[in-house]
Design a binder for this molecule. Structure first.
Ligand code: ADP
Length: 635
């Protein structure tokens, strides 16, 4: 065969024209394309050799990249499958191939800009003409009896093919003749190494630059689990995340249905900046057959599982998929659904089998995890995993799940006593334990979950029910069912005399008077059935939100007024008994008004609603002055 000249087809000329003239700056990606082609060629040879059981050929599977500043060239040689004459014409001379064809199509349809396509997905072999004046490809097919060929082109009009007579090893060698302005950059070995590490680090075959193998970290996720040591996992993790600490946990799975993918995820020991400056820097790395498609891909796991760092690799996606279409890619959606379930199941297993580890996980990552209350698809799993401090916990660190709550209640009251899970929001454990609302629960020995963060209430609103049990804020608890339950053994009820009929009537009158003193500030003043120690508390008129939820809503709506509440009074409290006695003597005694306002404003203060403390403080000082005078007289 003598020299043959071929003209480029119209679409290739067009493509080359665009490539050469685009202002695209990140031209280094041509190397990624060449490496990826060489890697495919090596895989094909491996397949061929295995198929034919050809053990004779000892040629190593590898690629070598060398640079020559003087001659202004970069050369890549692989020991892959090589190409026959027909294959060269077919593969290199036409545009039938996935990447290039896609590229041209999307450009033609005006869906993508040149730069964004080149940057993200490369355009295959022809991307070399972004940096090259001309290129030479020498190839000989691995198959017996194949001739060696040389293909050359200036990337403008067409190409030449010529047979090579000298002995040529099988495989492919590509010599890139660099344009003047790219010589310095791409004949620098260190730069080349950096580019390889960035884009092609997990290519299976060794990549040599000079005598050094650059890609030394293997694609660990592709290896069978039982072969991997803990040290290897840790090493890989620190390579991936630059975290100096070992990960808390490793999740390594290989899924075949409904989609094929492999995933290696790590849960870091420490929560790293999810709430700091680095807020947006999350996601997992998406690979397609070991080639990085997207770093920090946000379509693999929902944000609430963003504490998982790692890699997902699938055989099923085309290499040239565009990132915009990744978002609505059905296959990726399936991977995401499956991966999310895997992670949640893993956490459930951890919670069950390794409580200490789960505790660590929760203390580090629960802030992010809790934002998952909107994942309705996995509501049950989510509900299994959330933890709360509770009234009966030993301390603030002691946490319970919904299921643990149920077990406790069933143990104490039998299986059918109540089917409610009670919760209460307070700024801290101390505040919760002192709150008048929890008194009756302490008295009856019914567990209450304590919520300390606004998001906890959103969780309750979203979950609503757990295993048939309703989640109820204790502010809305149906007290009539609770009252019938017996008190805990060591509960000491304050000893008070029952009110007689006349006293009861006066008490009701006093309540009406108190309501008058408070006017429209309260919806109602009534006797409380929930209080034992405290004198009073505020509750919401029936059917409205819990107070803390209401506060959240009001903050959102920038409403700073005081909502109308019900003032509940404890008729057995000494203060109320004294007020009643005074009231019976003189219903207009000024202390009744003073006491009423003081009780109401203290309750507002406790609930976080009191805006102007002057009245409260002034009254308190008056009362202290009076009482100290009386006290002094007794000394
Ligand atoms: P793509 O890789 O998306 O198919 P390319 O333009 O990069 O597009 O490559 C076109 C084809 O040329 C490849 O599919 C492959 O068949 C062939 N090819 C490219 N480089 C090599 C190589 N180093 N060894 C063997 N075949 C190659």
């Amino acid at each position: 065969m003598s020299k043959e000249n071929f003209e480029f087809k119209a679409e290739i000329s067009q493509l080359l024209e665009i490539l050469v003239h685009s202002l695209y700056t990140n031209r280094e990606i041509f190397l990624r394309e060449l490496i990826s082609n060489a890697s495919d060629a090596l895989e094909k040879r491996r397949f061929e050799q295995t198929k034919n059981d050809n053990q004779n050929d000892q040629t190593p599977f590898e690629m070598k990249i060398s640079v020559d500043k003087e001659n202004k060239t970069l050369t890549i040689v692989d020991t892959g499958i090589g190409m026959t004459e027909d294959e060269v014409k077919e593969n290199i001379g036409t545009i039938a191939h996935s990447g290039t064809a896609n590229f041209a199509k999307q450009l033609a349809e005006g869906k993508e800009s040149v730069d964004s396509i080149i940057g993200r997905f490369g355009v295959g072999f022809y991307s070399i003409f972004m940096v090259a004046d001309s290129a030479e490809l020498i190839t000989r097919s691995f198959r017996d009896g194949s001739k060696a060929l040389s293909w050359t082109s200036d990337g403008k009009s067409g190409y030449e093919i010529e047979e090579i007579k000298e002995e040529t090893p099988f495989g492919t060698k590509i010599v890139v003749h660099l344009k003047e302005e790219f010589v310095d950059q791409f004949t620098n070995e260190n730069t080349i190494k950096e580019i390889i590490t960035k884009h092609s680090n997990f290519i299976n075959a060794p990549i040599f630059v000079g005598d050094t193998q650059v890609n030394t970290v293997s694609a660990l996720w592709r290896e069978p689990k039982f072969k991997i040591t803990k040290e290897q996992y840790n090493e890989f993790y620190s390579f991936l995340t630059y975290d100096t600490e070992a990960p808390l946990d490793v999740l390594h799975f290989s899924i075949d249905a409904p989609v094929q993918f492999q995933s290696l995820l790590f849960i870091p020991e420490k929560e790293h900046g999810m709430f700091g400056m680095d807020r947006d820097n999350w996601g997992q790395d998406l690979y397609v057959r070991r080639i990085l498609i997207e770093h920090n891909c946000k379509n693999l796991l929902p944000e609430y599982l963003s504490f998982c760092k790692g890699v997902v690799d699938t055989e099923d996606l085309p290499l040239n998929i565009s990132r915009e279409t990744l978002q609505d890619n059905l296959l990726l959606r399936k991977i995401s659904i499956s991966l999310t379930k895997q992670v949640l199941s893993h956490l459930e297993k951890m919670a069950k089998e390794n409580g200490d580890e789960f505790k660590k996980f929760w203390s580090e990552h629960s802030r992010v995890f809790k934002t998952g209350y909107m994942d309705f698809l996995n509501k049950d799993k989510f509900a299994n995993l959330v933890r709360f401090n509770s009234m009966q916990s030993a301390d603030a660190e002691d946490l319970v799940s919904f299921a643990m709550y149920q077990d406790k209640v069933k143990d104490t009251f039998g299986a059918d006593a109540t089917k409610e899970i009670y919760y209460f929001y307070a700024p801290s454990r101390e505040a919760a334990l002192l709150s008048p609302y929890v008194e009756i629960f302490q008295q009856k020995g019914i567990e209450v979950l304590f919520l300390y963060e606004p998001i906890d209430e959103f969780i309750m609103e979203a979950v609503r029910e757990f295993d048939g049990w309703k989640l109820s804020s204790i502010e809305h608890a149906d007290l009539s069912t609770l009252e019938n339950l017996s008190n805990v053994e060591d509960f000491e009820a304050p000893k008070v005399e029952e009110l007689n009929v006349a006293e009861k009537a006066s008490f009701d009158d006093m309540l009406a008077t108190m309501k008058d003193y408070l006017g429209g500030q309260v919806a109602e003043v009534k006797i409380s059935h929930r209080l034992t120690g405290a004198a009073c508390c505020l509750s919401n008129p029936d059917g409205t939100l819990s107070s803390s939820m209401e506060r959240v809503m009001r903050t959102i709506q920038k409403d700073s007024g005081i909502p109308q509440k019900v003032l509940e009074l404890n008729p057995n409290h000494t203060l109320l008994r004294n007020m009643l006695a005074l009231y019976q003597k003189d219903s207009k005694d000024s202390f009744i008004e003073q006491g009423t306002k003081q009780l109401f404003e203290s309750a507002l203060l406790l609930e976080g609603y009191l805006q102007d403390p002057h009245g409260l403080v002034g009254r308190m000082n008056d009362l202290l002055t009076q009482s100290s005078t009386w006290y002094l007289q007794t000394k």
